[in-house]
Design a protein around this ligand. Sequence first.
Ligand SMILES: [Fe+2]
Ligand SMILES: [Fe+2]
Length: 271
Amino acid sequence: MDKVRITLLVDNQAAMPGLQTEHGLSFWIQRDADTVLFDTGASGAWAANAQTLGLPTDTIQHLVLSHGHRDHTGGIPEALQASPEARIYMHPKTLMPRYSLHPGMGPRPLGLPSASWKALTPYSDALRWSTAPMRLARDMGITGPILRRHPQESSSGPFFLDPEGRQTDPLEDDQALWIQTPEGLVIVLGCAHAGVANTLDHIREITGESRIRAVIGGIHLAKADQERLEFTAERIREAGVQEVQACHCTGESVALSMGYGWMRAGGSWET
Ligand SMILES: [Fe+2]
Ligand SMILES: [Fe+2]
């Protein structure tokens, strides 16, 4: 039977000594012979950690970018250097300039770093643009843009397309990965800027599978208000999600208060 193993390569915290940490997210996903690198963190730290963990970085078949924020796209050069044959999946808006604006601070560029742009340029003809749901392999796919059914779920931050803060960034490029297993769907999130409830509904619709074995990744709740937290918790409960393993932008105390597991770099989940 197919085995799924998902390892958190890099994050703000590590589960063991000897691993680099950073504000960034990267997952190594192994499903039998299929190897996926889902996001690349903010730098090449994911590759150093993969080596420390004994994972063969030259065997990546699919490089999936959940969205363009630089804490997910900064390690693209190392990914393409290690596995130049990897297929690259991203939404065209992953490439857009974007900014965050916090009160009292100047605009902070949040888009794809220039070194990642440069590394992708020779592959421009080979990119697979995920403007719709796509399959990576048997029983495994990505969502493409996620329908925003629940207005309660915003993109969760002071995100803009211009440094003046005139145009809100709806993070249209945000996408998630799903794997169909005998026990239901395993869903991997980057930051879930589209909202986790929207993401679950979308994946259930495109796969026709209603059972959800696990949701793993960032849910972007660290700064959410009580109303949003309650809405999200309720939707996850109603969806019958068996297990949530959160990390990154979810916020550790929020995740634990909601009864979810908390993953650190080096940690793995498998079924
Ligand atoms: Fe993000
Ligand atoms: Fe992030």
